[in-house]
Design a protein around this ligand. Structure first.
Ligand code: GTR
Length: 414
């Protein structure tokens, strides 16, 4: 385990040895809860609906009915951004009602040279819109932000020094040059990422009991909340005549890769879904005992999932779903899963196998998924409507990953 011991300060068993992975049996994506086998594309929507509600009930939580879906307003348009390469807009989207709504700040770049509506990548960012670009005129994130060496934040308040600190994850000029737009928002606008962050966020605003509210076991967690914000950003992008609203790819890294998958699974308007190193609770199979586990994630990040998910911390085999079925919920739309070789915590092989097991649903729906159960070589993109690569290196969203995503998007959105 070596280096990985550093990641496991808690007394939670963790395995990172492939030969020590015990046998496991996955629930079947194409068998309904009542035992009925799904054998035709016509039968899939019923199984799909069943899986969505199982993931809501047992994993991510149910998003309350009646939340507002309100158009945003353009705060600023710059036609000369990035040295004239981009048209940049800042848009505010109210996520809650009332005079002081929770606001999602959407930052949108479109290629200035575009002559028709552009396909666009949409992804939440970790540290604020001001960290994805070195431009100096993006307002700093307003609320709580994580303390991080990379951003230089030590008091949970964004500062000028953190501008551009996550720019390596967002190669904006390259994306634009390839004819795509990029839209991003800070996930903390919807809910700050700590246990209790919901009180100032959208979950608090929507909860009948305010900050004293008691959630039911099936109620939404933070990942569901962030995924809701992605859907509201999609509403907004679909209002923009310069964006091709039928070609919006949702993408996320790590916890935000989990979020992108759940957003893309729920909201079928997303044309393509990309989960970069999404790991446990994302693409990685929960039943495969390798890297982060259900127990560990529920211990470190209790706010990400719903209350009922905690019931499975010590008995993951009782979960009525596993994560290949989350991937399958994207079908027949294209989905891309990516791993990094050193990111053992996210279980690269478990991420691949999840795409492989989801592939039977793609085949049923007339698409090809991953080519087979064998783990691919480094730096090779495999698969048709389910794409996958593993690159050398550590846990991060990098320019190398983006090149694979641009190629995959060229194939499916062009
Ligand atoms: C880790 C967590 C992972 C992953 C990661 C991240 O600490 O255990 O599930 O989400 O954070 O989001 O960077």
């Amino acid at each position: 385990m070596g280096a990985w011991a550093a990641q496991t300060p808690m007394a939670v068993p963790i395995n990172e040895v492939e030969s020590a992975v015990p046998h496991y049996t996955l629930p079947e994506a194409l068998t309904r809860q009542n035992g009925q086998r799904i054998t035709s594309p016509q039968q899939w929507p019923r199984r799909r609906a069943e899986l969505v509600s199982l993931f809501e009930e047992h994993v991510y939580g149910r998003i309350p009915a009646g939340l507002p879906r309100q158009p945003g307003w353009i705060v600023e348009t710059r036609k000369d951004a990035l040295g004239g390469k981009a048209i940049r807009q800042r848009i505010q989207i109210p996520l809650s009602k009332g005079p002081h709504p929770i606001l999602l700040d959407l930052l949108v770049y479109r290629p200035a040279a575009a002559t028709k509506p552009v396909p666009i990548f949409l992804g939440l960012n970790f540290d604020g819109n001001h960290t994805v670009t070195a431009e100096t005129d993006i307002p700093l994130a307003r609320g709580w932000v994580a303390n991080r060496p990379r951003s230089g934040v030590t008091n949970h308040v964004a500062n000028e020094g953190s501008r551009g600190s996550d720019a390596a994850a967002w190669p904006i000029e390259r994306i634009l040059e390839r004819g795509y737009g990029l839209a991003t928002a800070y996930y903390g606008d919807a809910e700050a990422d700590f246990d209790g962050g919901w009180k100032q966020g959208l979950r608090g605003a929507a909860a009948a009991g305010g900050p004293e509210h008691r959630f039911q076991p099936g109620d939404w967690g933070a990942i569901a909340t962030w995924s809701w914000a992605l859907s509201r950003a999609l509403d907004q992008l679909q209002l923009d005549p310069a964006v091709d609203g039928r070609k919006v790819a949702v993408l996320g890294h790590s916890r935000l890769g989990k979020t992108a998958l759940w957003a893309g699974a729920r909201d079928t308007r997303f044309a393509l879904v990309i989960a970069n190193e999404s790991g446990e609770g994302g693409a990685a199979l929960a039943r495969r005992f390798f890297g982060e586990t259900t127990l560990r994630i529920n211990t470190s990040f209790p706010h990400w999932f719903n209350g009922r998910f905690k019931d499975y911390s010590h008995r993951v085999t009782d979960l009525p779903v596993d994560q290949h079925e989350l991937v399958a919920l994207v079908a027949p739309r294209p989905v891309y899963i990516a791993s990094a070789e050193e990111d053992r915590w996210a279980d690269p092989k478990g991420e691949y196998l999840s795409g492989w097991h989801a592939s039977e649903v793609y085949r049923l729906l007339g698409k090809d998924g991953l080519p087979g159960p064998d783990y691919p070589a480094l730096n090779v993109s495999v698969g048709e409507s389910v794409g996958y690569h593993v690159r050398p290196g550590a846990h991060a969203l990098t320019a190398v990953d983006w090149e694979f995503y641009l190629q995959f998007a060229d194939r499916h959105l062009r």
